[in-house]
Every structure is written in C-alpha cells, then in structure tokens.
Design a protein around this ligand. Structure first.
Ligand SMILES: *Cc1c(COP(=O)(O)O)cnc(C)c1O
Length: 404
C-alpha cells in the first residue's frame, strides 16, 4: 500500500503544524471535513473575539467607531502579509463579487483603449457573471476562451487588448497558474489560493486582485472579501460605487465626492465590523502558521490523496481531475466519476466525510493544512473506497440539492 493508517498517524505525530488543529473548533471528531475550501473551520480565537466585540458594541455604541473605522485597512494590511502585498495595497470589504465589479469598472474607466473583457470558460461562475453584466452595460465584447481543462489558462490564452479575469487556483480542477508567467491587464481571483498556497503579488508584478476570506482564511460565512491594487495604480483608479466611506473627507458632509487617497477609496458604504474582526482573527492564525509551512503540508496531503486514488480508486472508475504535478496544483484534488453526485451524498450521509460536488462529475476534496491531518485524508479515502465497493451510492436519494 501507498501508506498504512499507522504511517499516516506517524506523519501527523511529526507534523510541525499539528498544534494548529487545536486552534479550531472541532465539534465532531469522527467527521472528516474536506471542505475547508468552501467554508473554513471556526477558529477558537474568533469566537472569543466576536464575544468581546459585541461587548464593545453594547457598551460603547457609536463611540466605538473611533476604533472600528480603521478595520478595513488594518484587516487589509493583515491579509497583505499572507498574499505578498505591501501595507496599504489591500482593503477588506464587500464580497468578492462586488470587489471584482469595482475593479473591472475602475480599470475600464481609466483605460479606454481596453476594448474587450476576457475570461476562461472554466472560471468560477460569479466572475463570468460580473463580466457578462459589465460587458452588456458598457457595450464591450466578452471573450470567453477555452483553456486546458486540467491545467487551466495559460499565458498565451490572454488577449493583449482586453482586461482579463482569471483564478489563481481553478475551483474545479485545482490547477494553479504561475502568476509570474502572465502579462497583460489581469485581475486575479485568489479565493481558492490565499491561505493555503503562496501568493507573491508584489514580487510577481501583479497589479489587481480580489479574493474571499471564508475558505482557507477561515473568516466565516459571508465574511468580507478583499481587493488588492498595486500602489503604482491606485491614484489612477476610482471606484464606480461612489460612497461616503471612500470619500476624501468623509465627515465634511457637504462636499462633492472626491476619492480618498490610497486604497481606502475603494470602500463604498459602512463596513461590517463583526465580519472584519473574524477576518482579522482567521488571518492571524494563518500568518502564525506561515504560508510556506502550510504549503509544504498541503502538498504532502494532496500527494497522499493522489497516491491512494491510484492505488484504491482508479480500479473503481475514478479518474484524477487535477494536475499530477504538485507545483501546478492548489490545495484540493478533484476525483472524477460518472456517479460523483450520489457518491458525494453517500459520503456525507453514510461515511461522515464532507467533500463537495462540482458538476458535472467531480468529487472535490479540499485539504486545509492548518487543521486537516494525514489520518483525515487516509480515513476519507478508505471510507470512500469501501462505500463505492459496496455500491452504497446507489442507495441514497439522488435528487440534486440546492447547495452542493
Ligand atoms: C468562492 C469564490 C468566490 C466567492 O465570491 P463571493 O462574492 O465572495 O461569494 C469568488 N471567486 C472564486 C474563484 C471563488 O472560488
């Protein structure tokens, strides 16, 4: 065998990050959670912080804003540290979708020579929807190109005369793009990489990026997302949503709108302070563990999934839907199977393993190196193998669910 369970347990015993698991709420130790790339676990520190913060709200009421007002930039600076950006280049606010909308309009306003928008067909749906809407509103062409399904978009796919939106790690296959290899005007979506995969925005010369915080950054359902604008570009861009939080002197209420200096001009309305506190706490744990150490463990965990896939699952009709080269992969592995949807149901209902299903045929297994153990991967793969050998996927209700 690739590895026995005892050997997997030995890897956990030697794991320098093992202690970080205790920093998270583990409500059910039997459950194997491999969906931290959809919604990360709750850090214990976040629970305490939110409790303290509601206390502050209750006591301080409106005077709490003297401190809260800094939260979007302070939290942005904390995120900057884990995505290779400088202080003042990242702002925590709104959702990824809204941030993408703001940046795309801002670039098109500043650079009228960009006559088209572009993205790849496999990109995350919300990115495509935002671009479709902006293309329609501005009368621009949207070029949706087909990329290699396993390896994701390549530098040669990117048109030079368009503004392109790409994911750093593809949500279905897990393919990871080499940021340094790409040229042209690109907004990168870091949702599936930040917190598990090193992202060196400044070093790679990236100009624009967005991302969410509730996946590997563990900030909780609907926590504020972030946007990144390289310092050199900031003065030239204006948010298409002119709101009072992005205004130069916010409390000189009668003045006409004039964008604030720096990244804060991308704020729109009142930021969600509770959510921002959760982002700050989630990012703190990731920064403490260190992205390099997390990456090393993530690679080892995904390598274990692939080794067990080859040994146990290939003969049961599974096919690897992610790159084999760990250098080209993010922190999840997709296993393709014609019965992927009922297999996911059966895993959840009968095996207490939480993956997610990504159509048309992928069982997606995400490893969050801050808390996923080698035995978790081993157990999940073992339960998956047993379930498919017994044909249990044919015994569950195959009706598609609203959330998969
Ligand atoms: C999860 C994810 C999002 C989420 O967008 P929200 O607006 O924050 O819901 C966006 N893009 C990608 C690539 C994602 O994986």
């Amino acid at each position: 065998v690739a590895l026995t369970r005892a050997e997997a347990a030995a890897l956990d015993a030697r794991d320098p990050l093992a202690g970080f698991r205790e920093r998270f709420v583990i409500a059910d130790p039997h459950r194997v959670y491999l969906d931290g790339n959809s919604l990360g676990r709750l850090p214990r520190g976040t629970r305490d912080r939110l409790h303290r913060l509601t206390g502050e709200w209750g006591e301080q009421l409106v005077s709490g804003w003297h401190e809260w007002i800094e939260a979007p930039t302070r939290t942005g600076d904390a995120i900057a540290e884990v995505i290779g950006a400088a202080p003042g280049e990242v702002l925590a606010c709104d959702s990824t979708t809204v941030n993408l909308y703001k940046l795309v309009h801002a670039v098109l306003d500043a650079e009228p020579e960009l006559r088209a928008l572009a993205t790849d067909r496999d990109n995350f749906p919300t990115d495509r929807y935002v671009l479709e809407g902006i293309a329609r509103a501005r009368g621009l062409e949207l070029r949706v190109f087909d990329s290699d399904p396993l390896h994701g978009p390549q530098p040669a796919d990117v048109p030079r005369d368009a503004l392109t939106v790409l994911s750093h790690v593809a949500y279905r296959s897990g393919a990871r793009a080499d940021l340094r290899a790409f040229g042209g005007r690109i907004v990168w979506d870091l949702s599936h990489s930040a917190g598990a995969v090193p992202v060196e925005l400044d070093a790679a010369g990236v100009e624009l990026a967005v991302g969410c915080t509730y996946k590997y950054l563990n900030a909780g359902p609907g926590a504020p997302a972030y946007l990144y604008v390289a310092r050199a570009l900031q003065d030239r861009l204006r948010s298409p949503i002119q709101g009072w939080f992005g205004q130069a002197s916010q409390f000189a209420m009668e003045r006409p709108y004039e964008p604030a200096e720096g990244i804060v001009r991308f704020l729109a309305g009142t930021p969600g302070i509770l959510g921002l506190a959760a982002v700050e706490e989630g990012v703190r744990v990731i920064a403490e563990a260190g992205v390099e150490a997390l990456r090393e463990k993530s690679v080892a965990l995904t390598e274990l999934i692939i080794a067990l896939q080859d040994e146990w699952l290939a003969q049961l009709g599974f096919e690897l839907g992610s790159p084999r080269d760990p250098g080209r992969r993010g922190s999840h592995v997709s296993l393709r199977h014609p019965e992927a949807w009922p297999i996911c149901r059966a895993l959840i209902e009968r095996a207490d393993v939480i993956p997610d299903f990504r159509g048309p045929d992928s069982v997606r297994l995400g490893v969050a190196p801050a808390y996923t153990r080698f035995v978790d991967v081993w157990d999940a793969m073992d339960r998956l193998r047993g379930l498919v050998e017994r044909g249990e996927q044919r015994e569950v209700d195959p009706t598609p669910a609203r959330v998969t």
